[in-house]
Design a protein around this ligand. Structure first.
Ligand code: IPE
Length: 252
């Protein structure tokens, strides 16, 4: 195997973010066939929560950690995003991929909102056996806050650093990072100050595009570049051809 693709599907591409756990089955089916047509191994999928998890996390104020009375929010937020995970895994399996759902609540531990422990050895074994692990942004127990939300973007960072030769892609509902309506083809830490990046219009407890760029710049500091592109370009990204989006890389 030459590389490991870490592909994140944003919550806004797999759900209707303005709905109430409105899973976009047609979109997921289209993505599954793009992936199945190209590669069955060497790929880890991570998806966001969209309308299956963000509304619950906000309702129970999990962003503030565990405060008196909001502990049931762990269950409700996790259950919502797991519903989405099951739908995605089943669709991938129908498309012929040996997909398995993995839940960060079960295997991760955070401190102040950042993962400090997360087993990846079994993910490597799965990849070696042609299995497609499908992870997701989730609520995770936190040593300082009780619980926190770990975004899919944070998981991208964590996994891309640990898996060998990772190629990182983030499929979104916009063509890339935009400035005055035009895609910015490349972003690095040196140039980021000049770019005003908008947040997300819908319920988003993990920082929208700004949160995403912050994670990806940290990854770029380690020499791993990442690609942000429109979901219709998943095939182009997997093929390694121009996806018309934004590449986040190290400052030169
Ligand atoms: C959020 O994950 C996880 C929960 C709220 C449970 P993400 O932050 O990666 O989700 P999206 O992509 O913004 O929807």
């Amino acid at each position: 195997m030459t590389d490991t693709v870490v592909l994140k599907l944003g919550g806004s591409v797999v759900t209707d973010k303005s709905g109430d756990c409105a899973i976009d089955h047609a979109r997921i089916t289209a993505i599954a066939s793009e992936i199945a047509a190209r590669r069955a191994d060497g790929i880890v999928l991570i998806h966001g929560a969209g309308s299956c998890g963000h509304p619950e996390a906000r309702r129970y104020r999990l962003g503030e950690g565990l405060t008196l009375g909001n502990t049931p929010g762990i269950y409700h937020t996790h259950a919502a995003v797991c519903r989405l995970n099951t739908a995605i895994v089943e669709t991938l399996r129908t498309a012929g991929l040996e997909a398995l759902g993995l839940h960060p609540l079960d295997m991760g531990l955070a401190e102040n909102g950042r993962l400090v422990a997360f087993e990846t050895g079994h993910i490597e074994e799965m990849i070696n056996h042609g299995i497609v692990p499908v992870l997701h942004g989730d609520v995770v127990m936190d040593r300082n806050r009780g619980a926190c939300i770990v975004s899919g973007d944070q998981l991208v960072l964590y996994l891309a650093r640990r898996l060998k030769n990772s190629r990182v892609g983030l499929a979104t509902d916009v063509p890339g990072v935009l400035k005055e309506g035009a895609v910015i083809p490349a972003i690095d830490r040196a140039g980021i100050g000049a770019i005003a990046i908008g947040g997300s219009g819908n319920t988003d407890v993990t920082g929208g595009m700004q949160g995403k760029i912050a994670e990806l710049l940290t990854l770029a500091d380690d020499g791993i570049e990442s690609n942000i592109f429109h979901v219709s370009k998943v095939g182009a990204f997997l093929d390694g051809v121009d996806h018309g989006g934004t590449i986040v890389g190290r400052s030169r």
